[in-house]
Design a protein around this ligand. Structure first.
Ligand code: FES
Length: 123
């Protein structure tokens, strides 16, 4: 039921892990299923220098996290804030209908990490 791209990102996810001393951390939970996703970012010159994630969720959620991390790397914070859940699902070549809710977490967790970084800067 998953296409090859989704399966590839699920079985071989990119950027899995945690960044110690991350500049921003974003954690979100999916109200539909209770799955959780955390994104860690390192910021340099207003760009996402490094990004890692930890996802406790289904295969689609893992594939989504992996794709978001690839899309975010090297982008400016403003550009990364514009990545939407739909963009991610599209880049993955689509998700099965009953798995579309799984695409919700990825961009949200990334955006939460950026907001966390920006809040720290205001202090
Ligand atoms: Fe929870 Fe997919 S079933 S994110």
């Amino acid at each position: 039921m998953y296409n090859e791209k989704v399966l590839d990102h699920f079985t071989n996810p990119r950027n899995v892990g945690e960044i110690k001393g991350a500049d921003g951390v974003g954690e979100v939970g999916n109200p539909v299923c209770g799955d959780m996703m955390t994104f860690y970012i390192k910021v340099k010159d207003n760009k996402i220098d490094d990004v890692k994630f930890k996802t406790f969720g289904c295969g689609a959620a893992i594939a989504v996290s992996s794709m978001v991390s690839e899309m975010a790397k090297g982008k400016t914070l403003d550009e990364a804030m514009k990545i939407t859940n739909k963009d991610v699902a599209k880049r993955l070549g689509g998700l099965p209908d009953n798995k579309m809710h799984c695409s919700n977490l990825g961009a949200e967790a990334l955006h939460a990490a950026i907001e966390n970084f920006r809040k720290k800067g205001e202090k």
